[in-house]
Design a protein around this ligand. Structure first.
Ligand SMILES: [Cu+2]
Length: 153
C-alpha cells in the first residue's frame, strides 16, 4: 500500500517536471546492461601482438553477444580463443562471444582474448589504450584498457 502511494506521487511529480523528458530515455539506456571490469593489455616488446583482457558483465534479462572489436590505437583487433589440444595450445578466431543474461564472461590468459596488432603509435606499460566493443544490442562500449608489462598482474 505504501509503495503504491509512493509511485503515484512520483508520477504526479514527473508529469509536472521537464526533467521527466530526459529521465525516461536515461532509464532505458541503463537497461542496455553490459559493463566492463578489469580491462588490461599484456604488453610485449618489439611490437609483438599483445593480448587484451576484460570481464563483461550483463545485468540484463537477455543474452548479449560481443560481435566485433575495433581500436584507434591498433590496426588490427581480433577476438581469439586459446584452445588446448593435448600438450599443445593454439589460437582460433571467434566471431562472437555471448555474455549470458545476469551473468558475465571473462577474457583471460589461456581463454578468450583480444589480439591487438599493428600498434599505430608507440605503446608502453603504463599507457591506456581504447578498444571499442561492439554488442549485438547495438551498443558500443569504448573501453579504456590499462597497458601492463608481462611481469605485472
Ligand atoms: Cu590470439
Amino acid at each position: 500500500m505504501k509503495k503504491k502511494l509512493h509511485s503515484l506521487t512520483a508520477t504526479l511529480v514527473c508529469s509536472l517536471s521537464f526533467a521527466c523528458a530526459t529521465f525516461v530515455p536515461t532509464a532505458q539506456a541503463a537497461d542496455a546492461a553490459i559493463s566492463t571490469q578489469n580491462a588490461w593489455v599484456r604488453w610485449l616488446p618489439n611490437n609483438l601482438p599483445a593480448g587484451g583482457y576484460v570481464t563483461l558483465k550483463n545485468e540484463g534479462d537477455r543474452n548479449v553477444d560481443l560481435v566485433d572489436v575495433s581500436s584507434d590505437d591498433y590496426g588490427s583487433v581480433m577476438m581469439h580463443q586459446t584452445v588446448s589440444n593435448g600438450s599443445t595450445q593454439k589460437m582460433v578466431m571467434v566471431d562472437k562471444v555471448t555474455v549470458p543474461a545476469h551473468g558475465s564472461v571473462s577474457f583471460a590468459p589461456g581463454g578468450y582474448h583480444l589480439m591487438l596488432e599493428e600498434a599505430k603509435h608507440k605503446i608502453a606499460p603504463g599507457d591506456t589504450v581504447h578498444v571499442k566493443l561492439h554488442l549485438s544490442d547495438g551498443e558500443t562500449l569504448d573501453t579504456p584498457f590499462t597497458v601492463k608489462s608481462p611481469a605485472q598482474k
